[in-house]
Write a protein that binds this ligand. Structure first.
Ligand code: MG
Length: 333
């Protein structure tokens, strides 16, 4: 079986072969095909752009619902989309361990290309480095991305006001639950799948319809919904209250949390968006999300005067939710 050699990252003939037989085959477009030192982006007309980067080190590389490549594209696309941008262009940096199976790399690259197509983004530049055996764990992927922000959109925590509603597009913690199940070899009747997916199209529809009534958004990745809302609360100087009854959680995720003593509020998501929206349109936002294939979308809480994040428990009390010292689990994205 073909394997990655140090020479594939050395810039010579082997690198050329890898670029033409793999990267251009799957990612090829007018800009990338030029193979210049930079991708040239022309005719970009906007006053504001979002620009972001993320590095992916997840283990295992393949998991139910996705793989490190799909994650790398979706993660960067989602970071742009939640800032109100339309994701347009990505760059990809690969660090590959010597001896990595070429066929596995092709599966990952094919999945990246499919996810990029789905998200409407083009890969316009890339880089590959190969490190000696033992100096990386298979493959690490960096992805950076850029996209314009429409004038009708203003996503900012300082626009959040008392009375605003907190919305999520589906069940919490599917990604981290799935990774724990994969690592621990947990057998379930119905396997928990990662929610890993690009959200650009969905968020685009929400912004087109509701514009400035959408105050703030974030993809609750590492640290989950709890960490996201604690940061919203700090930045907005307001209190966030979640309704325990309204939090959408899959049975399998709840079971994994019970076994290992985790809290799903802190579980990472890779295809979820937390939206803070004006009260008067919140129900319509949820309806749009549901109509667009997100049946578990829900209003999960509201904003009021004060500070901090609290959960209104089933018996009616308020329980404070605080930030964790570190991650619940390393290398989940
Ligand atoms: Mg993010």
């Amino acid at each position: 079986m073909d394997k990655i050699l140090l020479a594939h990252g050395a810039g010579g003939n082997k690198t050329d072969n890898l670029i033409s037989s793999l990267f251009l085959k799957y990612f090829g477009n007018d800009t990338l095909n030029e193979l210049d030192d930079s991708g040239i982006l022309a005719n970009l007309k906007s006053d504001r752009f979002a620009f972001t980067t993320d590095t992916h080190t997840i283990t295992p590389l393949f998991f139910p619902g996705g793989n490190i490549g799909k994650l790398a594209i979706a993660g960067t696309v989602n970071d742009l989309a939640v800032c109100g941008a339309t994701p347009k262009f990505l760059t990809i940096g690969l660090v590959i361990e010597e001896g990595f199976e070429m066929a596995t790399l092709e599966r990952i690259v094919r999945s990246m290309a499919a996810t990029a197509r789905e998200a409407g983004v083009r890969i316009v530049a890339g880089d590959t480095k190969v490190v000696e055996r033992g100096n990386a764990d298979g493959i690490f992927i960096n992805s950076s991305g850029v996209g314009p922000i429409q004038n009708s959109v203003k996503i900012s925590a300082d626009r959040i006001a008392p009375g605003d509603k907190i919305i999520i597009n589906g069940t919490m913690g599917d990604h981290e639950g799935c990774i724990i199940a994969a690592r621990e070899g947990i057998e379930m009747e119905e396997m928990l799948e990662s929610d890993c997916q690009p959200l650009a199209a969905l968020i685009g529809k929400v912004l087109d319809k509701f514009g400035k009534n959408i105050k703030m958004m974030r993809d609750p990745t590492r640290g989950g919904v709890a960490t996201t809302l604690i940061e919203f609360s700090r930045n907005a100087h307001l209190q966030f209250i979640l309704d325990e009854d309204q939090l959408p959680i899959k049975q399998q995720t709840a079971a994994i949390c019970e076994i290992f003593g985790y809290d799903p509020l802190y579980f990472a998501n890779e295809g979820k968006v937390v939206i803070v929206a004006a009260k008067n349109i919140a129900e319509q936002v949820v309806q749009l999300l549901r109509d667009d294939g997100n049946p578990d979308a829900a209003i999960i809480g509201e904003v009021q005067e004060g500070d901090g994040l609290f959960i209104r428990t089933r018996v009616g009390g308020l329980r404070p939710v605080i930030k964790l010292e570190g991650e619940q689990l390393p290398r989940i994205c």
